[in-house]
Structure formats: structure tokens, C-alpha cells
Design a protein around this ligand. Structure first.
Ligand code: F0G
Length: 455
């Protein structure tokens, strides 16, 4: 029996709306769910980032935070938790993940550089490209097929990595990255064996390996459950082993840090850390707070401890699996198997009457909101689509809709409500219209673009 491993001390009301209201609200938001007011959303599965319900102990830590500008007690607590967990010599707090990415890219990016990853998250890709470097995804073939079930679909294609290094020359590859779990590819885990293999290639060419560690604990729990030799190890030991193969990490603590904001950049290299701290001071803040309130460091220190609780992680992964199971039973196509933080609808099969350019995922996002006030996010042609030199649309490998579960926020009956709504939309899928983009920004267009349904 698996139950929510917490009881609820403080609650917030859900705001109920009618279908007619939601149709109007969506139109006013230009059919972009990022432009909706959160008060008009009933179940918000837009992201698991920064949406965690913090624990009583975290809130107590917030009160106990030491707001000293320099040398805060809260920083030293945060640093010691992270050094114990990751083993990295330098831990630099940042206000969220992309701040760590930006500082890192500032040090190692620039034109002519190539940075591989299993799959770059959109902000990582954007930071790399903004620096003038090229971001390359080297996901294992199996990870690109939503219908195939495998244990570690987040693994990097190690052969492709070596080919890339040979092609561009190791001197042009400043770091190799691995994202755990692989968010853009379905929250799929990376095996310890794969991390070790990537490490070997890095050693062969003298390259540093960095983890994008946003969901390291979920990844470690998958390793415990699925990888031979790890069942008897604690999740903390597994996480420590994962970090031991890396030279550094970026992390958005808004995920497995169990906080509403925060992140860090960590590394072993002294000279690089000094440079990173110098950039931090110019753009984020002093190295013992990095753009955060010091109380946020307390909440992170506590959250990074709580996330390793295996009752929590068992419940966490089971919630997503349960959500996926109910959809699968009703024939709804999802990315298989379910990952750590979200269920991903396979929009290409769900709305197979639409072409990628007609944004099938975005059409499902709009329909779920209208149907039941549920907000998800498209991860497909709207988020990652590009255009070739003739202006023709180039689709990414998958068309997905991500329904990400905030941590410790919703209960099983909320999940059941979502399942019912998704099945209703699926049963009426042939009425889903295509969408066209009216306005868009040059980078990360999905956040602010405006759209309209195609008549
Ligand atoms: N890396 C990964 C794998 C992420 O999922 C995210 C954020 C980031 C980096 C950037 O961190 O938001 O703190 O600056 N992902 C969120 C999401 C936004 O919805 O998946 P950030």
C-alpha cells in the first residue's frame, strides 16, 4: 500500500471556473497557457519547478534563516549539506538553475564551442546558444521513441559522444553534460552504468563532466529500483555515487531541492570556481547568498535532506506511474514508461490528424484547460520547432504534452480528476483544431508567443 507520506497542515482553495469562462480566459491568453492567470487554473501541472509544498521544518528554517550579507550561518549549513551529498569542493548558490547555467556558459561557452548533453533543457540550450556555442543532444536511440518501454531512456548515446568529440576536437568541447532525469525526453532516468561510460569517454579526451542535477533524487530512486546491484543501497549513497563521476553540477533546487526558489553551481576546479564567483558577484550577489534570501538557503538545506527520504520517493514515482496507468488503460497514448516528475501525453498519436506544424501538443494543452481547468505544457513543435533556410518547419523528434506534478501538492483524487478529463478530451480528439503562431520572441518563444486556432 502506498499513500501520501505526509499530512496537511495548511491548505489553499482551488478556484472553480466554468467551461464558458475558461473558453474566454484562454482566448484572452492568446491560447498560450503561460499567459493565463494562475488563479484561473484549477489543477496546475504546468511545472514541478518551484511549486513544491514545503514542509513544516522548511518553514521553521525560513524563520531561523540568518540574513547576514556575508558569511551567513544559513550558507554554511547549505554548503555542508551539499558537500556531503555531492562531494564537490565548491558550492555556489544561485537564485535558480538558469543563473547557474548562465554563469557556467559565461566561463566555458562562446563561438566555436560545442556542448553535448543527453538532452539539453530549453534554458540550458538557450544559455549555451546565447553565449555563441552550439548545444547538441545525444540521446540514446530508444529515448526518442515514446512508445518503447525501457528502464533508462534518458541515457546518452556514448558512441555518438565519442564521434562528436573526434569530429569537433576535444579542445572545442569545454564540458560534457548529463541531465538527470532527462526532462525534455520524458523525465526518464539515466543509469549509473551510462554515467560511468560517459565518464570514461571524458577521461579519454580530458573533458570535464557536469550533471544537470535538477531531479537527481528521482534519478537515484530509479537506479535503486531498476539497476542491478543498487537495490540494497540507500538513495543517498546512489546519489553520492552519481555525483562522484562528475566534475561539477548545475542544479535548479526548485525541483528536487523541494523549494520555491534556489539553485547552485558546484565544481571541483579551483580556478573555475574563482571565476564563477567573480561573475556571481557582478550579476547575482555575494558568494554566500548568490541572489537568494539567506532563509532560502535554509529551506534548500532541509529540502535536499528530505528529498532523499525513500518513502517520499516511492510515493513520488508511484504517483506518476498511477497517473500513467489509468490513462494507458483507457487507451490514451503516453510516453512509456512514465518518468519521475510528469506524465507526458504522446501528442503525435493523441492528435494524429494534425501535422507537427499545426501544433498538436498545444491543441491538447488548450483542450485540457477548457475541459477541466488543467494546465499542462507543450514540449514539441511549439517549444522546440525551428525553420530551415526555405522557411519550412522542422519538427523536434517528439510531440509531447507534459503534465508535471508539483511535489506534495495534489492528492490521488486530484490525479483521478485529471485522468477523467484527459480521457474525455481523448474521446473527442478528432475535434481538436490545429494552431498557428501569431507573434513570437527569438529565444524560448513558447513562454510569450500568441496563437490562434486554425479555422
Ligand atoms: N535544467 C532542467 C533539466 C530543468 O528542468 C530546468 C527547469 C532547468 C535546468 C532550469 O532551472 O527554471 O530554475 O532556471 N525546468 C522547469 C520545468 C522550468 O518546468 O521543467 P530554472
Amino acid at each position: 500500500m502506498i499513500i501520501e507520506p505526509f499530512k496537511i497542515k495548511s491548505v489553499e482553495p482551488l478556484n472553480f471556473t466554468t467551461r464558458e469562462q475558461r473558453q474566454q480566459l484562454l482566448k484572452e491568453a492568446h491560447y498560450n497557457a503561460f499567459l493565463l492567470h494562475a488563479d484561473d487554473v484549477m489543477i496546475d501541472l504546468l511545472t514541478d519547478s518551484g511549486t513544491t509544498a514545503m514542509s513544516a521544518k522548511q518553514w521553521a528554517g525560513i524563520m531561523d534563516g540568518d540574513e547576514a550579507y556575508a558569511g551567513s550561518r544559513s550558507y554554511y549549513k547549505f554548503e555542508s549539506v551539499l558537500k556531503d551529498l555531492t562531494g564537490f569542493k565548491h558550492v555556489i548558490p544561485t537564485h535558480q538553475g538558469r543563473a547557474a547555467e548562465r554563469i557556467l556558459c559565461n566561463l566555458i561557452g562562446g563561438s566555436g564551442k560545442v556542448i553535448p548533453n543527453n538532452s539539453h533543457f530549453d534554458t540550458t540550450r538557450a544559455n549555451i546558444e546565447f553565449s555563441g556555442a552550439v548545444a547538441v543532444d545525444l540521446l540514446n536511440e530508444v529515448g526518442k521513441h515514446p512508445e518503447i518501454t525501457a528502464d533508462f531512456k534518458g541515457n546518452m548515446d556514448v558512441e555518438a559522444l565519442e564521434q562528436l568529440i573526434v569530429k569537433h576536437g576535444p579542445e572545442n568541447i569545454p564540458i560534457v553534460m548529463i541531465t538527470v532525469t532527462n526532462n525534455s525526453g520524458g523525465g526518464q532516468p539515466v543509469s549509473m552504468a551510462n554515467i560511468k561510460d560517459v565518464r570514461k569517454v571524458c577521461d579519454k579526451y580530458g573533458l570535464p563532466l557536469f550533471l544537470d542535477a535538477c531531479r537527481f533524487a528521482e534519478n537515484a530512486m530509479f537506479i535503486k529500483m531498476r539497476e542491478p546491484g543498487y537495490a540494497e543501497k540507500s538513495v543517498k549513497e546512489i546519489a553520492q555515487e552519481m555525483f562522484s563521476y562528475a566534475d561539477g553540477a548545475t542544479m535548479s533546487a526548485k525541483k528536487d531541492g523541494m523549494v520555491n526558489t534556489g539553485g547552485f553551481l558546484a565544481m571541483n576546479n579551483d580556478a573555475m570556481a574563482e571565476q564563477a564567483r567573480n561573475v556571481l558577484i557582478v550579476t547575482e550577489g555575494f558568494p554566500t547568498y548568490g541572489g537568494l534570501a539567506r532563509r532560502d538557503l535554509e529551506a534548500m538545506a532541509q529540502g535536499l535532506t528530505e528529498v532523499l527520504d525513500e518513502n517520499y520517493l516511492t510515493y513520488r514515482l508511484r504517483t506518476i506511474e498511477y497517473f500513467g496507468e489509468k490513462l494507458r488503460e483507457a487507451g490514451v497514448p503516453i510516453l512509456e514508461p512514465t518518468g519521475g516528475h510528469a506524465v507526458y501525453l504522446d501528442a503525435a498519436r493523441f492528435a494524429s490528424h494534425l501535422t507537427p506544424e499545426q501544433l498538436p501538443g498545444q491543441s491538447i494543452v488548450c483542450a485540457l484547460y477548457t475541459e477541466a481547468g488543467i494546465r499542462g505544457v507543450e514540449i514539441g513543435s511549439f517549444m522546440f520547432g525551428t525553420y530551415d533556410e526555405h522557411g519550412a518547419h522542422v519538427a523536434p523528434p517528439m510531440e509531447l504534452v507534459r503534465l508535471a506534478m508539483p511535489r506534495r501538492v495534489y492528492t490521488q483524487s486530484h490525479v483521478d480528476y485529471c485522468v477523467e478529463a484527459i480521457i474525455n478530451v481523448y474521446n473527442n480528439r478528432l475535434s481538436l483544431p490545429g494552431y498557428r503562431i501569431l507573434t513570437q520572441a527569438p529565444l524560448l518563444r513558447h513562454f510569450t508567443a500568441t496563437l490562434e486556432p486554425i479555422a
